[in-house]
Write a protein that binds this ligand. Sequence first.
Ligand code: PMP
Ligand code: GLN
Length: 383
Amino acid sequence: LLSSDGSTRPTIFAEMSALAARTGAINLGQGFPDEDGPAEVLDAARAAIAFGANQYPPGRGGAELREAIAAHRLRFHGVHLDPDRHVLVTAGATEALAAALLALVDGPQDEVVVFEPFYDAYAALVALSGARLVTVPLRFPDFQPDPEDLRAAVGDRTRVILVNDPHNPTGAVFSPSLRAEVVRLAHEYDAWIVTDEVYEHLVFEGRHASIAAMPGAWERTVSISSGGKTFSTTGWKIGWATGPADLIDAIVAVKQYLTYSGGAPFQPAIAAGLRLPDAWFSTIADTLRQKRDLLGDGLRAAGFDVSVPAATYFTVVDAQALGVVDADSFCREMAERIGVVAVPVTAFVRPEARPSVASLIRFAACKQVGVLEEAVHRLSRLR
Ligand code: PMP
Ligand code: GLN
């Protein structure tokens, strides 16, 4: 009952990566990099294994990583954290999201507000928590929420406003005024704010701003991030939740029975990553911006209408100009026809919203330049 169409089929990412493997197509579907991250991080994991960091770490995470997370939140977001009370290490951002929703939501009378399209796990996790999903639409091509739509979605039943910023799948970065409106509404309706900031370092202009740093936000906000995207270690699943002690305690109470703890040798390695100099973080964003531009130019030349993302691995296009009315089947054909895999945006919406995104497709740019060039070459055959 957890997939958006009520079936038990695998996620769109599993399905499309299997399609790429079967057809030998270039996989611009599932968002993962095809190169390793920084040597400091990889070496630290090897060293930690050799040093014997191979048993259960503490339930809240090892002290070194909790301290590194606190120092990183202060350096990049100006948020002061006590590593012992305000930080929880999780099995990826996904477990932090799951534990936060399970902890904060009571049952079917509660509503969780999300921006749609949304990362596919959101609908499933809200379903697991027993709450009702309420959506705020993001529309092609700028995908900025209309504050009126947000106000219409939030009300007395709202328990959590879940904000994914920078946003998957659209690549949008929300405006300061929209973030302020989230905080204002959370106060007005006494709701919690849960932020998913896994793309915080993949922002192309300026720096990511965390809602928790805004006036009045801290006491009702849980901020979630992870090391997977920043350090190109998506398979390590080291994530974290930060926030006020009472909220983190409630999330720990759930998390301890989900996985208890995990990723022992990867924890000090992600800590080493979080301590890398500012220049390293700006370089990864610059490199990804060049890839975004390479892919975006190729998609435009192939005839798509392109929404230029402000952040993330992803670019969403409208394929209507190519005569596509059903991106679901088009993406499956494209693998066979030209050898490129992408993901239909229908995978990121409720079944009833599918018609509104029927011709939208998400491409991932987090691949080596040579791979993107070959993909662009293949895409030119669509014309
Ligand atoms: N949130 C968003 C918006 C994502 O795109 C992803 C996955 N890539 C996750 C959460 C999951 O992060 P993790 O792998 O750290 O669980
Ligand atoms: N977050 C990645 C994406 O959006 C995929 C994660 C997954 O495979 N579940 O592509």
